[in-house]
Design a protein around this ligand. Structure first.
Ligand SMILES: Cc1cc2nc3c(=O)[nH]c(=O)nc-3n(C[C@H](O)[C@H](O)[C@H](O)COP(=O)(O)OP(=O)(O)OC[C@H]3O[C@@H](n4cnc5c(N)ncnc54)[C@H](O)[C@@H]3O)c2cc1C
Length: 123
């Protein structure tokens, strides 16, 4: 991301590194990812099931930033950006409530999370 689009002057930084869960569901062929996971770890876990996912092309890139920023992947020609493959986001709202955004629930929020970056401030 370009200069000025990451973090906030005088703001706080929250380390999400420990929210790094990676849970593959064979029944739905989906994976539940914590934003603190890195793509290297995601690929290693999915390899156990003979599966891959449209994630970062460098193993050190994080799940959170790539999926919020769009995400150019090795599968982009076939599957679109990484964010195009997200089924739902679990979001902590500014007032502290935790909700889910998908194409049915909070569809407007779901849309802006797909590629808007970490700094979306609304219209
Ligand atoms: C070596 C390297 C290789 C790269 N390769 C690719 C590539 O193949 N494809 C591609 O598309 N991009 C690539 N990028 C760019 C990368 O996708 C972005 O830099 C991305 O923002 C990194 O996300 P992060 O979570 O690792 O970083 P962070 O710096 O942790 O986050 C980036 C931004 O997202 C915000 N953010 C992160 N998680 C959350 C969250 N859970 N909630 C709210 N905001 C959040 C942060 O506040 C910050 O503004 C690469 C970058 C590097 C350094």
């Amino acid at each position: 991301m370009g200069w000025g689009s990451n973090n906030i002057d005088g703001g706080v930084v929250i380390d999400l590194g420990l929210i790094n869960n990676i849970a593959y569901d064979a029944a739905t062929e989906t994976v539940d990812l914590g934003p603190g996971a890195r793509w290297r770890e995601v690929y290693s876990e999915l390899q156990k099931y003979g599966r891959a996912v449209a994630g970062g092309r460098d193993g050190d890139v994080g799940v959170g930033g790539l999926l919020l920023g769009g995400g150019n992947t090795y599968f982009t020609a076939r599957k679109g950006f990484a964010c195009d493959n997200v089924i739902s986001y679990e979001v902590i709202l500014a007032d502290g409530r935790i909700t889910t955004a998908d194409k049915y629930k909070h569809a407007d929020l779901f849309r802006v999370l797909k590629g808007a970056g970490g700094e979306y401030k609304g219209d």
